[in-house]
Design a protein around this ligand. Sequence first.
Ligand code: CA
Length: 415
Amino acid sequence: MTSWIKIPENSDFPLENIPFGIAKTGETISPATRIGDTVIFLSVLADFGFFDELPIEDLSIFYQPVLNEIAALNKLQRLSLRERLCNLFSDICDELKENPEACSSALVDINDVEMLLPVHIGDYTDFYSSIEHATNVGVMFRDPSNALLPNWRHLPVGYHGRSSSIVVSGTNIHRPKGQTRPDDNLPPVFGPSKQVDFELEMGFITSAKTDLGDSILAEEAEDHIFGMLLFNDLSARDMQRWEYVPLGPFLSKSFGSIVSPWIVTLEALESFRVEGPKQEPAVLPYLQTSGKRNFDISLELSLKPQNGEENIICKSNFRHMYWNMAQQLAHQTVAGCNVNPGDLYASGTISGPTHNSYGSMLELAWKGTRPIHLNDGTQRTFVLDNDTLIIRGFAKKDGLRVGFGECVTKILPAK
Ligand code: CA
């Protein structure tokens, strides 16, 4: 498929992507999509009647400052919207192309918009679903011969996180302050964390609204997923180590987490499905899925020191996930917890099998014992003030590239 909108070579946003985000230009805040470097304001397309024939009665969803109502469309409505947008931007359709008035208000260059947090995130869960990451952490902090805890292969381990501090790419985060206990024989101390880390993750946004007591079957769970984004779950390892027993991470992971601005739908990722790792032992029936439920999405993280160049310090892939998204959503709801459109479910750190594919500084520098050398001659064991972290991700196959753009944040000194 080709588009009448110019698409730069190697763009993450071809006609096959059609991601959703919230864009701001001047006084206008609107749901938007993107082709190449052009952002298209959906509210303007609705103004001009381009959505009148869709099986969507309430067009006010295209005028909201968040995507929750668009996320809540049922699968049929979602597909018809995607098809309509693909069609409007494709060479075979003149409707929008030949309407200069609509084009001049709807189409805006990416450099002239500000991207906002795409959804109001009511609830946020963080899983722990990469077997390489869970194994590495188990080896470092517990017992190398027994790295995975007994439950790990039976259920997707997770915890309920904090949604108020989830921010969009481009938002900078202050180094957290808190309690740590650097010496196990002395009392704890208070001050800025000395071990700020990133976690290279992806997340999915739900479209489902369920009632208390309902659960979603793993086999049907993908129908209730609106799309995916990049996620950086910043973590203060020294605070985490002192606070996390027995209820899990608390302040060490709630000082800021960053999402990429564009939600890429599962429809756009269909060509990139792959088998997941073999699950051994077999999982309980409520977690069983058939077919290809993983996605081949290349991920990388760059660290850019202040006034320095980018250093790619991690290259991983979403396909390493042991537990898939359908299993995560089925497990989230199996006890009867209700979910809502716009909820965020993060994968957990995505580590691969090789040293350079570890998805956190903790693993890359192996608890501070193997410093990472940067191209400006400095080294890191954790993130320093004014370091910028950039996650990128894309899927590519047979000449088609569908990507997520960037998820960027800079660590500022403690307030
Ligand atoms: Ca995490």
